[in-house]
Design a protein around this ligand. Structure first.
Ligand code: SF4
Length: 357
């Protein structure tokens, strides 16, 4: 049976990653006028989670913790429940036309995560309760482009599946998009909390992708995410529920034994997925990249990280909007792309590789 919003799992294996429970919650007063805000408020009270009111998330300056690092860790366990005021969507190439904002921030600790820089000094997690305003804005974008299909990515600024047990927002977006002839939803996750999405009428308009990697990368760089096996099990469930599905292999990292690691990854996917899950499968391949700003933030927040960020070993790729990124030199990038693409087509001959970047 599918779990309902705000359900805590009744029983779980000891190693299973439980639903996220924040240690501190802030509410913007307007949020309590929306059913979702009220529901989260009732849940927070029933769980005995400490909460505070704030007129605006911008005023949250006094998070507990003596050092910046402590505050960062606490911020990752802090939830802010408020309204999305900016309803102009960012673009989200290459995977979609627009980013649809339902949450910002994430409780996981992936060392390489680009939210480290994009969220700057505000790494706490924000969820938005005015989903009707957000879907209305999406309707405007769909109207503008029809009869072209407009794709919306819901995971540009967060991992919404990790937050779904608290918000239920993906459920609403999936059901909304099921009714849109010219609209499509997609999101990517490193979490397995998909049970509440399995019984929805989605009309094949939502593509759920799982972010996967080889054992070395998951072990060393992805603390506080769902285990690989949990992600695959969740992938099999969403495939059975008839959702279009895909995998993002990101970031692809060059390390000792990368060929064995990525070959093993693709083999494990093929072995774990039911045969009918592999129709219409997409892969997106993203090599590891970083900016100078990201490098210095990561070194402060994860001082013992093994993440290789040696500028001398990288190629500089100019960015369209200013600061460029350091990617692998062409020869290494080509080797990664070719090797992984070949393994994918060997095990999933019907799959599509959307892009390598
Ligand atoms: Fe960032 Fe995704 Fe990891 Fe969350 S799960 S920290 S959004 S990379």
């Amino acid at each position: 049976m599918a779990t309902t919003t705000l359900d805590r799992p009744a029983a779980r294996t000891p190693k299973s990653r439980p639903s996220f429970v924040p240690e501190l919650v802030y509410f913007e007063p307007d949020a309590l006028e929306y059913p979702k805000g009220k529901r989260i408020f009732d849940w927070v009270k029933s769980e005995g989670i400490p909460y505070r009111m704030t007129t605006s998330h911008n005023r949250i300056t006094n998070l507990p913790g003596d050092t910046e690092l402590e505050q960062y860790k606490i911020a990752k366990r802090t939830l802010v429940v408020g309204l999305r005021k900016t309803l102009k969507f960012d673009t989200s190439k290459p995977s979609a036309e627009y980013a649809i904002p339902i949450a910002t921030g994430c409780m996981a600790h992936c060392h390489y995560c680009y939210l480290q820089t994009t969220l700057g000094a505000k790494p706490y997690i924000r969820v938005y309760v005015n989903i009707d305003d957000i879907t209305n804005a999406a309707l405007g974008y769909i109207e503008e482009r029809k009869p072209e299909i407009t794709r919306f990515e819901a995971a540009c600024t967060s991992d919404p599946v990790g937050l779904e047990p608290i918000t239920g927002s993906l459920r609403e977006l999936i059901e909304f998009m099921a009714e849109q002839e010219y609209g499509r939803l997609r999101f990517v996750t490193k979490f397995h909390h998909v049970d509440s999405l399995l019984d929805l009428k989605h009309n094949g308009h939502t593509r759920i992708r799982f972010s996967v990697n080889d054992k070395y990368v998951i072990k060393n760089f992805e603390p506080a995410t769902s285990r690989f096996e949990e992600r695959i099990e969740a992938a099999a469930k969403v495939a059975k529920a008839g959702y279009p599905m895909g995998f993002i292999i990101a970031p692809i990292i060059w390390h000792d034994g990368w060929e064995e690691g990525y070959a093993e990854l693709i083999e494990s996917l093929a072995a774990a997925l039911p045969k009918d899950a592999t129709k219409d499968l997409t892969f997106e391949l993203i090599q590891h990249r970083f900016t100078k700003t990201a490098k210095s933030t990561i070194e402060k927040r994860y001082p013992r990280t093994k993440l290789e960020m040696d500028i001398e070993k990288r190629k500089y790729k100019w960015g369209r909007w200013g600061q460029g990124k350091y990617v692998y030199p062409t020869e290494q990038a080509d080797a990664l792309r070719l090797f992984i693409s070949e393994r994918i087509f060997e095990h999933f001959p019907q799959a599509t590789i959307d892009y390598f970047t």
